[in-house]
Design a protein around this ligand. Structure first.
Ligand SMILES: [Zn+2]
Length: 656
């Protein structure tokens, strides 16, 4: 366990709250300590109120903030005396507790304080740090875990048996702390949950956290339960359609589309293939708050319906024991372990699926190490159920918020690095889809650095490259729902009598043949789209109204148009909709430099402004206009439309 404290860096953080920010980020940076919003920290500060009286304030991590990136604004200042009084109540329902926390803030704009605020308040130390450290959680989740913890730490820590986070845990800690703590105490272990450290300074509390977690790591090393031999056979090749089928089943079980992200790294493959996988993977999460993202158990194999039935049975068994009635969550798994595929994680967005993958990567280490130590033992199902169906989580569910139109869906756009293609990427991302962009330009790889975008350099005229792009799409997101065929070339004007055969064939191969191959190869995926596949073809005004000097371009786009109409007929039975857009005179793209525009305008004796608006509506048509319409054609507005051709050209008298 590395101690990351840097005296020079820390010197740049002035007061107690600033130092609290500094050391919280150090904790957050180490994923073996906290993951994605897990863990929390606090500092107690005396400061004057509006009357000039000094008040003790607990600055505690606010919900919605991550330790790794937290700022001073992420700490919620709560009146400490009030928190200490609350800790003495015999009982307090968690929603009422949160109300007390929020109504005793000293800054109205502060986030809702962590539900562990009262627990921080009762610990009599200026700085308090709390993590779900892998090594500590590993030891506590074993047979005889408490005895091991006492052996590792002696009387340096207070040990708290598992209690659900919230008011009851704070109360239990208050009682146990008074009983067990002494001058030698530097931390507190919560069985099956995590660890606290504390101290008079930010540094002391941080150093103690690193020291305590390091001792648990040393214990695991000493017991040959640290280094795990992850070796595995190669993952299944040609898994793309298997993934798409799995995603369809998972989405059907949930009742809405979900992204499936596959991890076929050595650890994931080796873990999924372990002979004891059916036992060790079916115990429960490493720490209870993971259940909100991962659900209690992974699906083993690909039988989604059986998982859904088991999940309903789990709900039916534990719900009657709850004090208030609960609403069942969707019954789809979030983690899938399959001997052929490896680890698949499931989310409403690509970001969610990736977060779950990271949590489960740590979970695999924890389970493997605990197994090596003598056996992984997670909490009983009822305890996990209580966290999964906690009042405040259920309240969030009821408040709900509308999901974006394409949440959980996947789109692929060709010619995506610039112009209309890039605008289509933007329009689809804005509607919540995960988007794969193909382009000849290698800059596509770095067009966006975000979980829901995958840029793949690709020559669309190369069949093998298209197939590879679809395979990568399936690995990253689980399948394909929407296909936007945009890539195309427009060679300079050339009359038929001078048109070279090679030129004709080149235009045909990009504008027509490549689209046939991509449509053919994408069809099995589109057929498995949870809400039915959609194809949008970026055609051209030249289809209804060709011009001289553009024989190859006009012929290729017209043939593509006919291909789309046949696809609409052939694929309608699969629920796949195929529609075309015919843009004209879209000038905000790479080919139209200012110089080219000026020369074309001059050629027609117009100003550039008039030339841009040379249509019936006297309006400029932008890439964004075309892209927004393309995205809408994938949406519910066009749910009953296929085989349509729509101009987006400001009105063209020849077309009209
Ligand atoms: Zn915790």
């Amino acid at each position: 366990m590395d101690n990351l404290w840097d005296t020079n860096a820390a010197a740049g953080f002035g007061d107690d709250v600033a130092l609290r920010v500094y050391s919280s980020r150090l904790l957050g940076r180490d994923k073996s300590l906290v993951l994605h919003g897990g863990g929390n920290t606090s500092v107690k500060v005396a400061q004057p109120n509006a009357f000039g009286e000094t008040e003790d304030i607990l600055y505690v991590k606010g919900s919605g903030w991550d330790l790794e990136t937290i700022a001073a604004a992420g700490f919620s200042p709560v009146r400490l005396d009030h928190l200490k009084r609350l800790a003495q109540l015999p009982a307090l329902p968690d929603p009422a507790m949160v109300n007390e926390l929020v109504t005793h803030l000293t800054r109205a704009s502060a986030p809702v304080p962590s539900i562990e605020a009262i627990l921080h308040a009762i610990l009599p130390y200026k700085f308090v740090d709390h993590t779900h450290a892998d090594a500590v959680v590993t030891v506590t989740n074993t047979e005889g875990g408490e005895a091991r913890i006492r052996k590792i730490y002696g009387d340096a820590v207070v040990v708290i048996p598992y209690v659900m986070p919230g008011f009851d845990l704070a109360r239990a800690c208050a009682q146990e702390f008074a009983r067990q703590a002494g001058p030698q105490t530097i931390g507190m272990v919560l069985m099956n949950h995590g660890i606290f450290s504390f101290g008079a300074s930010a540094r002391e509390s941080y150093d103690r956290m690193i020291d305590l977690v390091g001792r648990a790591e040393d214990y695991l090393k000493h017991h040959h339960a640290w280094d795990i031999d992850w070796t595995a056979a190669a993952p299944k090749a040609d898994a793309a359609l298997t993934l798409a089928k799995l995603r369809k089943d998972v989405s059907d079980a949930a009742g809405f589309p979900l992204v499936v992200a596959r991890q076929a790294d050595v650890r994931s493959m080796a873990f999924a293939k372990r002979p004891d996988i059916a036992t060790i993977s079916q115990q429960g999460p490493a720490t209870p708050d993971h259940v909100i993202r991962t659900k209690r158990l992974p699906l083993l194999g690909r039988h989604v319906a059986a998982y859904a039935a088991a999940y309903r049975a789990y709900f039916a068994a534990h719900e009657p024991l709850a004090q208030e009635r609960k609403t069942i969550l969707d019954v789809a798994p979030r983690v899938i372990l399959d001997a052929e595929l490896g680890l698949c994680t499931v989310g409403r967005s690509a970001k969610d699926a990736n977060v779950i993958a990271e949590i489960y990567a740590h979970t695999m280490d924890i389970i493997a190490r605990a197994t090596a130590l003598g056996g992984y033992r997670a909490l009983p199902a009822q305890d996990i159920f209580e966290v999964e169906y906690w009042d405040l989580e259920q309240a969030k569910l009821k408040k709900g918020g509308q999901a974006p139109a394409f949440a959980g869906e996947v789109a692929l756009v060709t010619g995506a690095a610039s112009g209309i293609g890039k605008a289509c990427v933007d329009a689809l991302l804005a509607r919540g889809a995960a988007v794969v962009g193909l382009d000849l330009n290698p800059a596509i790889t770095n067009l966006y650095r975000r979980a829901d975008f995958l840029g793949i350099p690709c020559d669309v005229t190369e069949e093998a490259q298209l197939k590879n792009a679809l395979a990568r799409t399936a690995d990253a997101y689980g399948g394909l729902d929407m296909l936007v065929l945009n890539a195309g070339i427009f060679p300079g004007g050339c009359r038929i009598d001078a048109l070279k055969t090679e030129e004709w064939r080149r235009v045909m191969s990009v504008n027509l043949d490549a689209n046939l191959v991509l449509m053919r190869e994408a069809h099995p995926f589109l057929k498995l789209a949870p809400r039915h596949g959609r194809v949008v073809i970026i055609g051209s005004k030249n289809v209804p109204a060709p011009g001289p000097g553009a024989a190859a371009y006009s012929a290729s786009k017209s043939a593509l148009n006919q291909l789309a109409r046949v696809a609409a007929l052939e694929w309608g039975g699969d629920g796949i909709r195929v529609n075309s857009l015919h843009p004209n005179a879209v000038f905000d793209t790479g080919i139209w430099t200012d110089a080219v525009l000026a020369s074309r305008a001059a050629h027609y004796g117009m100003t550039v402004e008039d030339y841009k608006r040379n249509n019936v509506l006297r309006t400029e048509v932008t890439s964004r206009d075309v892209a927004e319409l393309a995205a809408e054609m994938c949406g519910s507005l066009f749910a009953k439309t296929t085989g349509a051709q729509l101009p987006v050209d400001g009105g063209n008298d020849r077309v009209i």
